[in-house]
Design a protein around this ligand. Structure first.
Ligand code: MN
Length: 194
């Protein structure tokens, strides 16, 4: 099975207030594409030749896990954004956030702290636990919470390649801006699809 780079549902300059076309060109056009290419080069003849990315994330190790998870993680990340996002959660997801974190502002502060303090490269995630409560988890490198049986709802890529062209070493500024393009309609759809 050949994996493909997904087409983004927005133009390269659509997120310009937060993520420049140059970052889209490199992060999506080169890094994301490279993970797709690496995975396609690694799987022929392996147990994962015809496996879904979700199976690879749950069961693979080494290069197949790293590249397969990075393909999935980047697609999930880029597909969260919109040039005209719903700025806040509503309905059951909003209720779950308030129940766990007290308020949407307190949730954003907790998520930002997780993303800021993640040492080195990795991903901060909002997840749904098997008991239907929310949680925020850090995953290093290509890590994905599905490997621990958690359902991803939202992620922020804090590898330097995600923000260095636009924010250099100012990761907190990137994370603060990140909220401007997160489409909570998309996050809510993930939450409700259980
Ligand atoms: Mn990345």
């Amino acid at each position: 099975m050949k994996h493909e780079l997904p087409v983004l549902p927005y133009a390269a300059d659509a997120l310009n207030a937060v993520i420049s076309p140059k970052t889209i060109e490199f992060h999506y056009g080169k890094h994301h594409q490279a993970y797709v290419n690496n995975l396609n080069n690694l799987i022929p003849g392996s147990a994962f030749e015809n496996a879904s990315l979700e199976t690879i994330i749950r069961e693979a190790d080494g290069g197949i896990f790293n590249n397969g998870a990075q393909v999935w993680n980047h697609t999930f990340y880029f597909m969260t954004f919109s040039a005209t996002p719903q700025a806040e959660p509503t309905g059951p997801l909003a209720d779950a956030i308030v129940k766990k974190y007290g308020s949407f502002a307190d949730f954003k502060a907790a998520f930002a702290k997780s993303a800021t303090t993640l040492f080195g490269s990795g991903w901060a995630w909002l997840v749904l636990r098997p008991d239907n409560t929310l949680d925020i988890v850090q995953e290093p490198n290509a890590g994905n919470p599905m490997r621990q049986g958690l359902k991803p709802l939202l992620t922020c890529d804090v590898w330097e390649h995600a923000y260095y062209l636009d924010y250099q070493n100012r990761r907190p500024d990137y994370i603060e801006a990140f909220w401007k393009i997160v489409d909570w309609k998309i996050v809510s759809e993930r939450f409700l699809k259980q």
